[in-house]
Write a protein that binds this ligand. Structure first.
Ligand SMILES: [Zn+2]
Length: 351
């Protein structure tokens, strides 16, 4: 073991004590196993971090191979989930590390369970909404997390240490409206950008795990095409809900997702944290509030001039409307608020 880690132990910042800390007691959860997550996972597993859990919901596709360093063409042909392929590969790299791949979509209903007992959460995500969820769970359970994002040729990273540094919400306030920000799917990305950001994240992770003092408190931005680094010191926002203990993104009403169904002049709403619905039970509850027709495979519900269809998998379709906010409100009023018991999750999918 000593031999395997000899080169990083020669560095005073890690040393023998640091190495023991990494190995014996450190547990890291990586959320998202794309360009950032694969580099972070490989760095931390090779460094000998005791436990590494990798969570991702997607299958590997050919266009991932350009920058997602753990995967091969064979994985694409085998249609493997990223979390499964990452676990298989990394166990071969370092059998002394407890590597666990979890195939799951992280949402308000399962995140607390998924990060329970973690010392550190690593952001390997490609969407801003889930980062606000990570931020809330981090502050609530006092688990540090390291934000990272990269697109085209540039990227950004920041450490969030609950109670010590400003949080993600202090800096970014709220998720941008859907479709307003470029993504790797629409704007592209070159591999060095996420690789560099993930390397910075990994170095900060090692520092946090060994208890180093020189933890970075700045937001660091990088443009690999320009070859430029920049940094600024973030400030606490006195109105930040998360820092005041209001964890909005962990609440079901923030977790509910809506999609406009353009061709049908309707809005679909679903709640990823929802268990399967009992239509009979829901029909009885809704009878007092409107007109219900139970068609076994779905409920039709009319109330207050609004027409809805509800499916047993927890989807609601609001007809004759494009109003997503109203659809979400109705969903919470008639389904989520009634059916859901707080804290329940459906995180049973495993890789
Ligand atoms: Zn804050």
């Amino acid at each position: 073991m000593i031999d395997r880690y000899s080169r990083q132990m020669l560095f005073r910042g890690i040393g023998k004590r640091g190495q023991q800390k990494l190995g014996s007691s450190s547990s890291v959860v990586i959320i998202g196993c794309g360009a950032l997550g694969t580099v972070i996972a490989t760095s931390l597993v090779r460094a000998g971090v005791g436990k590494v859990k990798i969570i991702d919901r997607d299958l590997i596709e050919y266009h991932n191979l350009q920058r997602q360093t753990l995967f091969t063409e064979e994985d694409v042909r085998d249609k493997l989930p990223k979390a499964v392929a990452a676990e298989r590969y990394l166990r071969k790299v370092n059998s002394s590390v407890e590597v666990e791949g979890v195939v799951a979509d992280v949402h308000y209903g399962n995140i607390e369970k998924l990060v329970a007992s973690a010392d550190l959460i690593m952001d390997g995500l490609d969407n801003p909404e889930t980062r606000f969820l990570i931020n809330d769970v981090s502050l609530k359970h006092k688990i540090p997390w390291i934000y990272g994002g990269a697109i085209i040729t540039y990227g950004m990273t920041m450490n969030i240490i609950p109670g010590e540094t400003p949080c993600f919400r202090c800096v970014f306030h709220s998720p941008p409206p859907k479709g307003m920000i470029p993504t790797c799917d629409t704007a592209g990305v070159i591999a060095p950008a996420p690789m560099l950001i993930a390397s910075l994240q990994s170095a900060e992770a090692l520092k946090i795990l060994v208890g180093a003092r020189e933890i970075n408190r700045d937001v660091v931005t990088v443009d690999v095409w320009q070859g430029s680094f920049d940094r600024f010191r973030p400030a606490f926002d006195p109105d930040c809900p998360a820092c005041r203990g209001n964890y909005e993104f962990l609440k079901p009403e923030f977790g509910i997702r809506s999609t406009v169904l353009c061709g049908q002049y309707s809005v679909q709403v679903n709640d990823p944290g929802m268990e399967k619905l009992s239509l009979n039970k829901l029909a009885r509850q809704l009878e007092t509030q409107g007109e219900v027709e139970n068609k076994e495979i779905m409920l039709e519900f009319k109330t207050d001039g609004k027409e809805m269809v509800i499916f047993p998998d927890g989807r609601l379709i609001l007809k004759n409307s494009f109003d997503e906010t109203m659809a979400k409100d109705l969903y919470f009023k008639y389904i989520s608020g009634k059916e859901k018991e707080p804290g329940k999750s459906k995180s049973k999918q495993r890789g």
